[in-house]
Design a protein around this ligand. Structure first.
Ligand SMILES: Cc1ncc(COP(=O)(O)O)c(C=O)c1O
Length: 305
């Protein structure tokens, strides 16, 4: 959020327009809504490529999207959105936290600002909080002043932990993606699972686009709907032995999150339900554990509901 708030403050002024995707990290949206108090026009757009593009006009100063949405894992056609932003002299900022530079490098498609929650895959050990903004040198120099004024500066010990985590980033991502693909395929065949949302599955709506954008896999997060509701979700979460029921993602340990009480908690109920963030939806951040142990853990927990 340090990275995101610094981008909001350093790029927008009164009467500018910002376009946000309606399915973004809840706090990104919450802070985005507050920009209205500073005279910024805030347009929250339906999270599909064509809707984001339709929302962009000559007054749009900034568009902020996530490469893959959280938690339903829609994938944006970033190159297409980037093209339209260029035509309108609009800054495109992409939060690449879920895809990571292992899967996708938005700068290659002309994206001006790339944001990462380092808290997740880049640091990778669930033990540090931090953010990063990546851009061309001249843009960074503008942002730099705002970083000093806002105090959104990474402390040295956190920077050390992140640098240490980065040394194994590629190895970890390879395993996250491999484990996630196996779990997505396993869940797809399970009778207690209603739907699996993972762009690595050939029948997923975003599979072809994901194949075009992502070269080495489809990420470490798998979302799924169980047959049942809140009671079954709680039973499932309480039955897990290896996977931890908690918020966050991208670390060595597998984490199962219940989006309606975490990332989407601040969203109005009707909006989140329209987006598909319903009470039967779970988000699994697949960790680096042995895949057989993970499947056994999920299998046992599902047999309890
Ligand atoms: C896509 C995305 N961006 C930003 C954030 C905020 O990250 P942090 O917790 O490091 O402030 C999150 C947190 O879950 C996220 O999922």
């Amino acid at each position: 959020m340090a990275a995101i708030s610094t981008i909001y403050f350093s790029t927008l002024k009164k009467s500018d327009k910002i376009v946000l995707s309606a399915e973004s990290y809840g706090t990104t949206l919450q802070l985005g809504e507050k920009l209205r108090d500073f005279g910024v026009e805030v347009k929250t757009s339906w999270p599909e490529t064509e809707n984001i593009i339709e929302s962009i006009d000559k007054n749009t100063r900034l568009v902020l999207i996530e490469t893959m949405t959280n938690p339903t894992l829609r994938v944006f056609d970033v190159p297409e959105i980037s093209k339209v932003c260029k035509e309108n002299n609009t800054i495109l900022a992409v939060d690449n936290t879920f895809a990571t530079p292992y899967l996708y490098k938005p700068s290659r498609d002309g994206v001006e600002i790339i944001i990462h929650s380092l808290t997740k895959y880049l640091a990778g050990h669930n033990d540090v909080v931090g953010g990063a903004v990546i851009s061309r040198r001249e843009k960074i120099l503008q942002i730099w002043d705002w970083r000093r004024m806002l105090g959104t500066i990474l402390p040295p010990f956190e920077a050390f932990l992140i640098m240490r985590g980065l040394k194994t980033f590629e190895l970890r991502m390879e395993k996250h993606c491999k484990n996630a693909q196996i779990i997505a395929e396993y869940l797809e065949d399970h009778p207690k699972i209603k739907e699996v949302l993972y762009p690595g599955l050939p029948n997923n709506k975003y599979h072809n686009l994901a194949r075009k954008l992502f070269k080495k896999g489809f990420g470490g997060v798998v979302s799924f709907r169980i047959r049942g509701g809140e009671e079954e979700v709680r039973k499932l979460m309480n039955s897990l032995k290896i996977i931890k029921p908690a918020p966050s993602l991208g670390g060595a340990e597998s984490i199962l999150t219940y989006p309606i009480i975490s990332a989407a908690l601040t969203m109005p109920r009707d909006v989140r339900e329209k987006l598909g963030i319903t009470e039967d939806l779970l988000r699994l951040s697949v960790g680096l554990e042995d895949i057989e142990d993970l499947i056994e853990d999920i299998d046992n927990a599902l047999s309890n509901i």
